[in-house]
Ligand binder design. Structure first.
Ligand SMILES: [Zn+2]
Length: 308
């Protein structure tokens, strides 16, 4: 068996860029702190809209080369975050971006949305049984905002967590393993409201004309649903650089704490990232470390070791 650090974190995302926008600070923090961080991305994001004019030729209705290009963007982003273990579910290009809900691409052969759930989950079971992460991070059942690939990523992650623990399931994929804690990405409504007011007030210092709204942000919930936060402010610069590496999808001016997707609407970057624990025991009433309370971690350099 491979020697892995004591703390192991697995994140499951739909497209390249989702990981940096949602969890970039968390990933940078744990990677810097010696934990093993594994990212599984389910599609290449082939249906994304392309922001820079000079790359528009990559778009799906033109050369359809956005997927391979985004493999490179993701690799560059992971370099910024210090994450070396990043994989695509079933290998690069196994599942294709399904486009927005209701688009004809949803049902296209190979589209992630129309993939068999257990078959897709089995690819992730192999990763879970190999890495044995104590903590899994993914989206809520709505995928945060209703995108079919995000909903499917949620379903695959939750299903794989169950199947990985099932002794009778596919022993060829490794020994059964139970993940201790599962979190969904969240954003507290009050916090994001305040951040939007700040973006609004400083909008004239940004290259953007208009702001997005709270309803454009995935995973927003009433504050009391949020059970954990990772203060990634020391890693904000790395998160920003990782987001910038996804240049076809994100435009982000330096050091202003704002960014825009292809709609050009300014929204706040979140250097503190928020989570809801949905499976497993919380280490405290409001956690500041996703590994809080996890038993049997042997990692003398890590956060847990330092606190022990
Ligand atoms: Zn996405």
């Amino acid at each position: 068996m491979t020697e892995l650090p004591g703390r192991r974190l697995l994140l499951v995302h739909a497209h390249p860029d989702d990981e940096s926008i949602n969890n970039g600070a968390t990933m940078a923090m744990y990677a810097a702190d010696g934990a093993h961080v594994t990212l599984v991305t389910c599609t290449l994001g082939e249906e994304g809209e392309v922001i820079p004019d000079e790359l528009e030729h990559l778009a799906p209705d033109r050369e359809d080369l956005l997927g391979p290009h985004r493999i490179g963007e993701l690799a560059a982003a992971m370099k910024e975050l210090g994450v070396t273990d990043h994989r695509f579910l079933g290998g690069p290009g196994r599942y294709r971006d399904s486009g927005m809900m209701g688009a004809e691409q949803n049902r296209r052969p190979g589209a992630f949305w129309s993939a068999d759930l257990d078959e897709a989950a089995a690819h992730l079971v192999a990763v879970i049984r190999e890495i044995r992460p104590q903590v899994l991070v993914t989206y809520d059942p709505d995928g945060g905002y209703g995108h079919p690939d995000h909903i499917k990523a949620h379903r695959v992650a939750m299903r794989a967590a169950d199947l990985a623990a099932e002794p009778a399931f596919r022993r060829d994929l490794g020994d059964p393993y139970t993940i201790s804690k599962i979190y969904w990405n969240r954003v507290p409504r009050t916090t994001i409201g305040e951040l939007f007011r700040r973006v609004e007030a400083g909008l004239d210092r940004t290259p953007f004309d208009t702001t997005a709204t709270v309803s454009d942000v995935p995973g927003v919930v009433d504050d009391e649903r949020v059970t954990a936060e990772i203060d990634g402010r020391p890693h904000q610069v790395r998160k920003e650089a990782a987001m910038r590496a996804h240049a076809t999808q994100v435009s982000i001016p330096e050091g202003l704490g704002v960014f825009a997707l292809s709609n050009g609407l300014a929204q706040p970057m979140l250097p503190i990232e928020y989570y809801e624990l949905v499976r497993g025991e919380p280490g405290s009433a409001y956690e500041k470390d996703l590994f809080e309370g996890v038993q049997g971690i042997d990692d003398s350099n890590g956060i847990q070791g330092a606190r022990a």
